[in-house]
Design a protein around this ligand. Structure first.
Ligand code: FAD
Length: 463
């Protein structure tokens, strides 16, 4: 056997699995066909969060040209003065931990067997005999079957997060976290943005969160088209003209498609040849140990669940532990979901409607952030020519299970929401009684104190 553990893909989940295997003293290899470090480091979380920070400074009135933002983003993705990011830092880290990095595309050829293609950089095709396998092969953008889209040409989020030249205008299809973050970043650099979304913005967050973010984007000049569906795309006008189902059109020099991502094609990767279980739709049919068959595990976006780096990292560790014979069961009840717009958003657990659908006797407590001490003390992020004699917008909301007297959901849209939400994360993870949360002293004036006051309200309702 060549390796005890092989990991396909070296993004957040693959790196976590490989490090965990090596730390446990196993002989580990990671196979990567592109950049070691994966999506988050080079094309997703890191560049977008950097651009959003630059955009915030500019929005706050700092003299902050796009060139500076692009240069800082390029530094973040190790692409300063070169065309394609340099992943050597990630390679060094893995090799330093004793992991072998194998360049090329992996295909499973049978139980315990993997073929790695030559990668065109002097690499040679290899056939590997392996103990366990963790498939951490990520996801690819979903491109909807809209007439004319392929011919007209479009950007994926990789293009939008790595662009060196700003387009004059952009149409963004999809109002999920990726769409809203990029809409705000681009709009704040003066790009005319049209955001097209079929249902509502941030559909997986609380409806109040969607309202707050939608109102903020509109104040910043983003043309938000809710309930709109693209039916046809053509070249023309500023670059691309998108025809919507309601008969209107949206026009942009660029067109970004960000309507979601699909788990890597596990069927094409040969998973079934090795006895791996897939659903009818070709998704990983994994158990609570992330196992899909004998010695076969999945992690991260490829596992087909929540697409977050922190989930990918966690699942990489869970999969590796199980792969090396240390049972570790998955617990995804308290995964934080965050969006780094201004205001930030945070969510964990389930809404009151979802709780009731699941048969839980639940109630919701909520607070308009703009009329709290913290809300009053923070100026709203309105453009400078707008009245500011009001508090910063947002909400903090919690969902309580009346019978168990614990939280089952927490949601926030306000400054610092991405940090605040972790109080809900811990409360749900550890099933901390509402009475304990209510009895906890929260600093004045913070968003966390708004949450603490909600717990006092909840406790009264539980009496
Ligand atoms: C624009 C954007 C912004 C985001 N922002 C955030 C954020 O702020 N916070 C957050 O938590 N999440 C964010 N996400 C989601 C997050 O980036 C992903 O959930 C995470 O990166 C997934 O990691 P992964 O290891 O599963 O996959 P990836 O990082 O995609 O890694 C998979 C790797 O497998 C390789 N691979 C695939 N098939 C093969 C094969 N056959 N052989 C060899 N190699 C192969 C690929 O080349 C790739 O490098 C964002 C996503 C996008 C698109």
């Amino acid at each position: 056997m060549d390796y005890d553990l092989v990991v396909i893909g070296s993004g957040a989940s693959g790196e976590a699995a490989a490090y965990a295997g090596a730390e446990a003293g196993r002989k580990v290899a990671v196979v990567e066909r592109d950049l070691v470090g994966g999506l988050c480091s080079f094309w997703a979380c890191m560049p977008t969060k950097t651009l959003l920070d630059s955009a915030r400074r500019r929005h706050d009135g700092v003299d902050y040209p796009w060139e500076r933002a692009a240069a800082r983003r390029d530094w973040m993705i190790s692409r300063e003065r070169i065309d394609y990011p340099d992943d050597s830092g990630h390679v060094k880290g893995l090799e330093g931990a004793g992991v072998e990095v194998v360049r090329g595309e992996a295909r499973i050829t049978g139980p315990g067997h993997l073929e790695v293609s030559a990668n065109g950089n002097g690499g040679r095709a290899r056939s590997l005999e392996i103990g366990s396998l963790v498939i951490a092969a990520g996801s690819t953008p979903f491109i909807p079957p809209v007439e004319g889209l392929a011919e007209a040409g479009y950007w994926t989020s990789n293009d939008a997060s790595s662009a060196r030249d700003l387009p004059s205008s952009i149409v963004i299809l999809g109002g999920g976290p990726v769409g809203v973050e990029l809409a705000q970043a681009y709009a704040r650099f003066g790009v005319k943005v049209t955001l097209v979304e079929g249902s509502r913005l941030l559909a997986r967050e609380h409806p109040r969160t969607a309202e707050v973010v939608s109102a903020q984007l509109e104040r910043e000049g983003v043309d938000v088209r809710i309930g709109a569906h693209a039916v046809k795309v053509g070249r023309g006008g500023a670059g691309r003209i998108v025809e919507l189902a309601d008969g209107t059109t949206a026009e942009g020099a660029e067109l970004l498609v960000s309507v979601g991502r699909r788990a890597a094609d596990l069927r094409a990767m040969g998973v079934e040849e090795a006895g791996g279980r897939l659903t009818d739709r070709g998704l990983a049919d994994h158990d609570e140990h992330l196992s899909i068959g004998d010695g076969l595990y999945v992690a991260g976006d490829a596992a087909g669940g929540l697409q977050f780096t922190h989930v990918a990292d966690y699942e990489g560790r869970v999969a590796a532990a199980n792969a090396i014979g240390r049972p570790y069961a998955l617990d995804l009840e308290s995964v934080p979901k965050t969006t780094f717009t201004e205001p930030e958003t945070g969510a964990v657990g389930i809404t009151v409607e979802e709780a009731r659908r699941r048969g839980i006797d639940a109630f919701e407590v909520t607070q308009d952030f703009s009329v709290t001490a913290r809300g009053y003390s923070i100026e709203p992020p309105w453009p400078s020519d707008t009245a500011i004699l009001e508090g910063s917008p947002g909400h903090v909301t919690a969902v309580v299970d009346r019978e168990r007297r614990v939280l089952v959901g927490a949601f926030a849209a306000c400054p610092g929401a991405s940090e605040l939400i972790h109080e809900g994360v811990i409360a749900i993870k550890a099933a901390i009684p509402v009475s304990v949360l209510a009895d906890t002293i929260h600093a004045f004036p913070t968003a966390a104190r708004v949450f603490g006051n909600l717990m006092l309200d909840a406790e009264k309702q539980l009496r």
